[in-house]
Design a protein around this ligand. Sequence first.
Ligand SMILES: Cc1cc2nc3c(=O)[nH]c(=O)nc-3n(C[C@H](O)[C@H](O)[C@H](O)COP(=O)(O)OP(=O)(O)OC[C@H]3O[C@@H](n4cnc5c(N)ncnc54)[C@H](O)[C@@H]3O)c2cc1C
Length: 366
Amino acid sequence: MGMDRRKFLGSAALGLAGLALPGCATTSSRPVARTGCLPPVNVSADRIIRTLAGLRPYRASGFVVRAEALGDKRLVHNYGHGGAGITLSWGSAKLAVDLGLPGHRGPVAVLGAGVMGLSTARLLQEAGFPVMIYARALPPDTTSNIAGGQFHPFGHFREAAVTPEWRRQFVAAVDYGWRRFQIMVGDDYGIRWLPTYSESSGPEYALLPTFPPVNRLLGPNEHPFPVDSLIRFDTLYVETGRYLRQMMRDVHIAGGRIEVRGFAGPAEIAGLSERLVFNCTGLGARELFGDTELRPARGQLAILLPQPEVRYAFTGQDGYMFPRPDGILLGGTFELDQWSTEPEPETIARILASHRRLFGAFRCTA
Ligand SMILES: Cc1cc2nc3c(=O)[nH]c(=O)nc-3n(C[C@H](O)[C@H](O)[C@H](O)COP(=O)(O)OP(=O)(O)OC[C@H]3O[C@@H](n4cnc5c(N)ncnc54)[C@H](O)[C@@H]3O)c2cc1C
């Protein structure tokens, strides 16, 4: 009798975490087992609403934020953020603007209207400068629109290839971006917190003082995934389509102008009227400035119909699942030197099959 009552109270108390319930304080009555339950993703080919392939602007020695002279202009580079450009956008833009602005007066040009160009433009406007954006393509036709949008500052450099100076820039960029995105959480920018289950033991997490904020190894009863070892942390997710649309509006509201225009080389840039120019052209910087260290790292995605009840993310050895209001993203390929932006049916089928296995083997479902 007593057990039954406890069981009943235990499940009824699920939504009341933290409330003291007399008689429920034993291990058996606490909702421990339920913490391992999550609604699974419904993975099947007939739920795919679109497939995508995007090219991450990858550099083994890390992103470039650097100032140089171009004729009578100051040119500040801000490109090459690999698989972490959304994450690093505010922080990297802050480094670039701090390098470029001292001593400058008058209008500023920004090349590129992906996440890096738009964040750079916003920081310049916040500092009081008129901004002109020039870009070959605008959202939704940028790599930034394809991004999964997880705030996760890795997948953009090789540990052995970076310098201590770069590492300092990296830590500063993550710290600024982490705080900046937090004050933008909500539906207008399409940013939210989600618990994230990760198969990686995350040795790289020791690199950063601020990320992730909580990082806990889970016991087998604390999650439903059929994997050996799992950590859980909380991070931010950006619905990139909505976010970039809102960022474009913000640029316009602050008086910024955007011109669709491609540049073939530095000589064309030298002809602009603005004396301070930010190069935020992503992978385009390879051709524009001859940076052959910059390489595409292609990522392919299968997007399934939205499942609003799925409010957690997963990253594993075979790929990742990010749930967004505009669809469930399944992805995770990282294909160096692949230039085609056509999704490959075999790769999409593989991504689907690995996630079907994962969610089909859930040990407990809510
Ligand atoms: C599948 C996939 C998943 C990803 N997931 C994540 C994630 O979860 N989290 C994360 O942080 N990052 C993620 N990324 C990485 C992220 O998308 C990139 O790092 C980021 O979008 C780079 O932004 P950007 O503004 O530098 O480049 P882009 O978005 O490519 O913008 C470049 C801009 O420059 C313009 N341009 C280029 N060349 C020229 C030229 N010659 N003249 C004029 N204009 C030019 C372009 O038209 C465009 O407007 C992912 C990427 C992919 C492909």
